[in-house]
Design a protein around this ligand. Structure first.
Ligand SMILES: [Zn+2]
Length: 221
């Protein structure tokens, strides 16, 4: 062992790096901080690459996996209010969590003229809103990340437990324990999959058609 790394700032840096260094075994994070709570119904086929992490909030006061078991919709991870991280699906499996994505270039006002025309043609058609959203999603899915938002096929989903208040239209703010766990997990996954914390972590409300506040109050770095 290098003696300079066993004391002072070097040791602290080494410890910090090591703490976010995870081992993934059979699709599960092998770390005492992560509890294996696999729900087989959530796994929908091989996910061969990970481009991004998408953050969600459950709209529940405690973790309830009954819905996930019944409809197969949910995340790879759930973070309870006490900060416990439950892993519910293997990381090499795709989960149904993102839903239909919006147009990234349209949101950012960066579409080419032809692309903007194509998107407007879809969204200004006389079809129902639901079918327009569906068609735009299909159109976007044909693009490669990061020209589009992440999809179920290339992203890891993290749900933070928190209830939505219909009056204020806001989700519960995360507990300190949830924030600490979310920071650790997001950084560990970003390190492992070579993702950029600044550009590859998304809040569900920003990429799909969800309550505007979903995941907005989460702090991940
Ligand atoms: Zn969500």
């Amino acid at each position: 062992m290098n003696i300079t790394a066993t004391s002072g700032a070097g040791a602290m840096l080494a410890a910090a790096t090591a703490s976010n260094d995870i081992t993934i075994k059979d699709g599960f994070i092998a770390d005492p901080r992560v509890v294996d709570k696999r729900v087989v119904e959530l796994e929908h086929g091989a996910m061969t690459k990970v481009d991004a992490i998408v953050l969600h909030q459950t709209d529940s006061s405690t973790m309830n996996l009954d819905h996930a078991k019944a409809d197969g919709i949910g995340a790879h991870f759930y973070i309870e209010k006490d900060g416990t991280i439950y892993q519910t699906a293997r990381l090499d499996q795709s989960v149904y969590s993102v839903g239909k994505i919006r147009s990234r270039c349209d949101d950012a006002h960066t579409c080419s003229k032809d692309e903007k025309t194509a998107i407007d043609k879809i969204m200004q058609s006389k079809a129902s809103y639901g079918s327009k959203v569906k068609e735009l999603n299909t159109h976007e899915q044909a693009k490669a990340y990061p020209d589009r938002y992440p999809t179920n096929g290339d992203s890891i989903a993290i749900e933070v437990v928190g209830k939505f208040d219909v009056k204020t239209k806001l989700f519960e703010r995360p507990t300190a324990e949830q924030t600490e766990s979310l920071k650790w997990l997001t950084k560990a996954l970003a390190n492992h999959y070579h993702l950029d914390l600044q550009s590859d972590v998304f809040r569900h409300a920003d990429i799909s058609y969800k309550q505007a506040d979903e995941a907005k109050g989460l702090v991940f770095q």
